[in-house]
Ligand binder design. Structure first.
Ligand code: PMP
Length: 377
């Protein structure tokens, strides 16, 4: 059987990884500033993380949600404490798309309405509702097109007000737009959304799948704006590579038996991974590290490129300079540094939150060399 060919692959196969480094079968080392798409939060193969999963594997790895599972409670408690959302409750699932899908479903159950306002350029995942709320017609099948979604330009308060009528169940917005190329909602815009949602009985959903889990220096990116949404979707960094996602749910939104459900969500291994991630973020002060190393990177990249750099903490994006269109390829092939991209020509940095100053400087010196010595196109 062949693989269903839907991905364009880099010509590299990592076989081993540690911290912010990965190695291929020939022993070639790479610096990983992409983190497998913002997933590697505490670093590859962190010993404490590996031990927690191994230990759990030897006890019990899975049982369905029809039994008690104290690990889920421990995870929820630790997530509440570290994120500042102690009073919220947690629904566990397996991925970012599922987290958004469940958040949308919850908003619709609670309000009895079906219309959703989403942002232009947004990405929310590939399940039915999440992909319908993703502003990319190429990945929306006719089957997904039945949802009532209105796209508005981000940071335009009057466009939002014009779209907001009494049919709207929820407004869905990323903490920072990731797939689009790292674009931030302005704090005043998020505050406006929060105010309008409160006035109109609309549910505010923050998709923190990419921007959450400490990446921007606060636990969730929206916390820079001082707002408290009704629902927060999380995944990626939550399991440092072990598939796990979740929805943080405001205390006013009440569950009923059978309202949501999943077979795999919140399984023992996923919880062990998730608990280890939270413990490591706290013990190693990784949010502070993301803030410090991120600020250093943003300042230095701006000065090398003499152009604006977007983002916060270790969620960074910049446009590939005009005469350096091979920059990302050169960083991989010549300097052995992985970065992410966004179309058409944006470079994204989404490294582990534990990225060291030394590794950040390796990147900066490679970037400096490319920009000042090698005009390629
Ligand atoms: N929301 C955002 C903001 C994302 O960046 C992504 C993944 N790129 C998703 C949702 C979907 O997550 P997953 O691939 O885990 O379903």
């Amino acid at each position: 059987m062949k693989l269903f060919d839907v991905y364009s692959l880099l010509p590299i196969e990592p076989v081993r990884a540690l911290g912010s480094k990965i190695w291929d079968a020939n022993g070639q080392e790479y610096l990983d500033l992409y983190g497998g798409h913002a997933v590697i939060s505490v670093g590859h193969s962190h010993p404490k993380y590996n031990a927690a999963i191994q230990d759990q594997l030897n006890k019990i790895s899975f049982y369905s949600n029809s039994v008690q599972n104290k690990l889920q409670e421990e995870l929820a408690e630790k997530l509440g404490a570290l994120s500042g959302y102690n009073d919220y409750s947690l629904f566990l699932c397996n991925s970012g798309a599922e987290a958004n899908e469940n958040a949308l479903k919850l908003a619709s159950f609670i309000t009895g309405k079906r219309r959703i306002i989403a942002m232009k350029k947004a990405f929310h995942g590939r399940t039915s509702g999440a992909v319908a709320a993703t502003d990319n017609p190429k990945i929306i099948a006719p089957f997904n097109a039945g949802h009532e979604i209105i796209f508005v330009p981000m940071n335009d308060a009057s466009a939002l007000d014009a779209a907001l009528d009494d049919q709207v169940a929820a407004i869905l917005i990323e903490g920072i737009q990731g797939v689009a190329g790292i674009f931030e909602p302005q704090p005043e815009y998020l505050q406006h959304l929060e105010k309008r949602c409160q006035e109109r009985g609309v549910i505010l959903i923050l998709d923190e799948v990419q921007s959450g889990y400490g990446r921007t220096g606060k636990f969730f990116a929206h916390q820079h704006a001082g707002i408290r949404p009704h629902l927060i979707a999380t995944a990626k960094g939550m399991g440092n590579g072990f598939p796990i996602g979740g929805v943080l749910i405001h205390p006013d939104l009440k569950p009923w038996s059978g309202m949501l459900g999943t077979t795999f969500g919140g399984n023992h291994l996923a919880c062990a991974a998730g608990i280890a991630v939270l413990d490591i973020i706290k013990e190693e002060r990784l949010m502070e590290n993301a803030e410090t190393i991120g600020a250093l990177l943003i300042e230095k990249i701006t000065s090398i490129l003499q152009a604006p750099v977007r983002g916060k903490g270790l969620m960074i994006g910049f446009d590939t300079p005009e005469h350096h269109l091979q920059l990302r390829t050169n960083l991989i092939s010549k300097h052995r540094i992985f970065t992410g991209e966004a179309k058409p020509a944006i470079i994204r940095l989404l490294p582990s939150l534990a990225l060291s100053k030394q590794d950040a400087e390796l990147f900066l010196s490679a970037l400096d060399q490319e920009i000042h010595q090698n005009a390629t196109a």
